[in-house]
Design a protein around this ligand. Structure first.
Ligand code: PEP
Ligand code: MN
Length: 332
């Protein structure tokens, strides 16, 4: 349920109403906009007498929210959410370029790629240390050592780092990591999501291989209901009956998610297509349809990459993509 307050309401009357609602056992989410304040009521709202609340002098309107996701619902928070990573902003008109290798392989590799993507204008460095691989015989990532190499690359370039966490039991290792990524395969790992909800740091939440937008938003809701509102949603392609690409990039998800939620939405054209030459056109299309950023795999030696070489751009190719994306942003 949402309660929209009239403009210019006194702080004291507002606080009285909030205290009264909290005493009904509800959590109150306050969204302070330029023109109006919206109170989002989370919990068993069956106890709230809507007519009574609507009759109050300070209340403009009361609406029930039919969607099962509340905290990440745009109706709770009409203005775009801006997620901040150091001085980098994502959402609300701020576009973010994330780039780096699929997996961290060596200091030389990750530092070289970090320097190259920074020079091309990237804002954040990505790189997997804990890798969710389909086969148990594939390279699983350098794990704690990989995180250490990411820290070295961050120190060398100043780029904040984004890396995947697969299990809440590893959380101690990730303490100084700037953005934690929840991969497609873990989108519905609810115990992990609950633990990430207790942190005060941005979470990059990727859509599962076969998940609906409602399921993605319900996963965001798990994190938000536990207190962490700093979430970046990511469309990374879904399983369909397409035969020539790794996945199908669901670009309509971008404007749809923007309609449903105030959270920023970025696109991963690398995992969506699986083919490096398709990354450039899909990165441009994602930018044109209003994505708040792109996460792109870049490798200094794609042919010898230990993971996802076929979809990795060379640093030179990334420069071109970044330039073209900037041109599209200027038009927008
Ligand atoms: C990744 O970003 O390295 C990754 C494994 O992506 P996804 O979870 O989308 O497959
Ligand atoms: Mn990858």
């Amino acid at each position: 349920m949402i309660v929209v307050l009239k403009p210019g309401v006194q702080q004291e009357s507002r606080d009285q109403l909030i205290t009264w609602l909290k005493n009904l056992g509800l959590n109150i989410h306050i969204s302070e906009g330029c023109y109006q304040t919206v109170l989002g009521l989370v919990g068993d709202t069956g106890k709230v007498d809507m007519d009574l609340v609507e009759s109050l002098d300070i209340v403009d309107s009361v609406k029930r929210i039919s969607e099962p996701f509340k905290c990440c619902n745009r109706k709770f928070h009409p203005e775009d959410m801006v997620v901040e990573v150091g001085s980098v902003k994502i959402g609300g008109g701020n576009f973010c370029m994330i780039a780096g290798p699929c997996s961290v392989e060596s200091e030389e590799q990750v530092v070289a790629v970090a320097k190259a993507v920074k020079a091309a204008g990237a804002d954040l460095l990505r790189g997997g240390a804990f890798k969710p691989r389909t086969s148990p015989y594939d390279f699983p990532g350098l794990r704690a050592e990989g995180l250490e190499l990411l820290r070295i690359a961050r120190a060398e370039t100043g780029l904040p780092i984004v890396t995947e966490i697969m299990s809440a039991s590893d959380l101690d290792l990730f303490e100084d990591i700037d953005v934690l990524q929840v991969g497609a395969r873990n989108m519905q790992n609810y115990d992990l999501l609950r633990e990430l909800g207790k942190l005060n740091k941005p979470i990059l939440l990727k859509r599962g291989l076969a998940n609906t937008l409602k399921e993605l938003l319900m996963s965001a809701e798990y994190i938000m209901a536990n207190g962490n509102e700093q979430i970046i949603l990511c469309e990374r392609g879904i399983r369909t009956y397409t035969d020539y690409t790794r996945n199908t990039l669901d670009l309509a998800a971008v404007p749809m998610l923007h309609e449903l939620s105030h959270l920023p939405v970025i696109v991963d054209p690398s995992h969506a297509t699986g083919i490096s030459r398709l990354v450039r056109p899909m990165a441009k299309a994602a930018t044109a349809c209003g994505a708040d950023g792109l996460i792109i795999e870049v490798h200094n030696d794609p042919i010898h990459a230990l993971c996802d070489g076929a979809q990795s751009l060379t640093p030179e190719e990334y420069v071109t993509v970044a330039q073209e994306v900037r041109r599209i942003r200027e038009i927008l």
